[in-house]
Write a protein that binds this ligand. Structure first.
Ligand code: SF4
Length: 302
C-alpha cells in the first residue's frame, strides 16, 4: 500500500490514543456512546438498546471479497462483524447478528489478535462492521495490536447513526469511514428502525466524517487508503428518499463523494410485517436510482 501510514500510528505515538481510550471507556458507565443515550452502566453488564455489556461480541471475521473493489484489492478486506447494533432495522440483511445477537464474547486481546491475523493473511485493511456500540473496546484492542505491528488502514463501517462526540474520539484513528445513509424521511426511520431522528443524525455524522478524512484516496494499485464512502441501500417504493439523499451528498458533503448504491434489498427479519417492505427492489427501481445519480454527476463505485 505505497507509503501510506495509518492515522492511528501517529496518534498513538503522540499519546492521543491513550487519552481517547480513557475518554471512550468512561462513557460506558452511563452509556452515551451513541444517539440512543441509554445511560445504562455497561461496566456492570447493564444493557441498553444495543444489548451489549462490557465486552464486545464478534460474530465472524475473514478476508472478505464482497466489499467495494477499492477495499478488496487482491487479498480481501479484513472484516470483523460485531454482534448487536444500535440501530436494528427491522429488515436487516444480517438480522441474526444485528438483532438476535449471534456471536461470541471477545475481550480486547482477542479482538487485537483478530486484527493481527487479518493483517497476517494479507488483508488490505481492518473493516470494523457495526462498530458504533463498541468503540471503547475497539480502541483498546487497537492499542494492543499496534504494539504487535498492526499497520493497515482502519475502516469504520457503520449505519450512520453516530454520536458526534464519539466520532470526535475517532478523529486521527479511522482512515476510511463507510457509513450508510438509509432513509431521508423521519417517519420512515421511526417505522423501520425506531429512530425518528436518524436522518438528522446521519446528515451531521457524515459531515463530521468527511471533515475528518475527506474524499476517498486510493494508492497506485487502486486500493483505498483513506477517505469517505457513503453506502445507500435503495429501498422498494422509496426513490424520492434516494433522490434527496443523493442531492444532500452532492451539495452538502462533496460533489466528489464516492457513493455505493446497493441493489440487494430483499425482505428479511420482520420486513414482511410492513407492506412496502415485503417485496424485493425491482430492477427498474434500481436503474432509476442509478440514473438519478448519473444526472447529479455523482461518482458511483462498484
Ligand atoms: S451504545 Fe448501546 S447502550 Fe450505549 S447509548 Fe448506544 S444503544 Fe444505548
Amino acid at each position: 500500500m505505497d507509503d501510506y501510514i495509518p492515522k492511528y500510528i501517529k496518534e498513538k505515538q503522540q499519546g492521543g490514543l491513550l487519552k481517547k481510550i480513557n475518554q471512550a471507556s468512561s462513557l460506558l458507565a452511563s452509556c452515551t456512546l451513541c444517539p440512543r443515550q441509554c445511560k445504562v452502566d455497561r461496566t456492570k453488564e447493564e444493557k441498553g438498546y444495543c444489548s451489549t455489556g462490557k465486552n464486545a461480541l464478534v460474530s465472524s471475521f475473514s478476508a472478505h471479497f464482497g466489499e467495494e473493489p477499492q477495499l478488496v484489492g487482491d487479498h480481501g478486506s479484513g472484516t470483523i462483524f460485531f454482534s448487536n447494533c444500535n440501530l436494528k432495522c427491522i429488515f436487516c440483511q444480517n438480522y441474526d447478528i444485528s438483532v438476535r445477537g449471534m456471536g461470541q464474547e471477545a475481550d480486547d486481546e482477542k479482538i487485537a489478535s483478530i486484527m493481527l491475523h487479518l493483517q497476517k493473511i494479507g488483508c488490505h485493511n481492518i473493516n470494523l462492521v457495526t462498530p458504533s456500540h463498541v468503540v471503547p473496546q475497539i480502541l483498546k484492542a487497537l492499542n494492543i495490536a499496534i504494539d504487535h505491528g498492526l499497520n493497515i488502514p482502519l475502516i469504520y463501517n457503520c449505519s450512520g447513526y453516530e454520536s458526534i462526540d464519539t466520532l470526535c474520539l475517532l478523529n486521527n484513528i479511522i482512515d476510511i469511514y463507510m457509513p450508510d445513509f438509509k432513509f431521508w424521511e423521519p417517519d420512515l426511520s421511526k417505522k423501520y428502525c425506531h429512530s425518528r431522528d436518524y436522518p438528522h443524525i446521519a446528515r451531521k455524522a457524515i459531515k463530521e466524517m468527511h471533515d475528518q478524512v475527506g474524499n476517498l484516496k486510493v494508492d497506485k494499485s487502486g486500493v483505498a487508503c483513506s477517505g469517505l464512502i457513503v453506502r445507500h441501500l435503495v429501498m422498494p417504493g422509496n426513490l424520492d428518499g434516494t433522490h434527496e439523499i443523493l442531492k444532500f451528498i452532492k451539495e452538502k458533503i462533496s460533489p466528489q463523494t464516492s457513493v455505493n448504491l446497493m441493489s440487494q434489498y430483499h425482505p428479511m427479519g420482520d420486513a414482511d410485517k410492513i407492506k412496502e417492505l415485503s417485496t424485493p427492489l425491482t430492477p427498474e427501481e434500481f436503474r432509476t436510482a442509478i440514473d438519478m445519480a448519473r444526472r447529479l454527476n455523482i461518482e458511483i463505485i462498484r
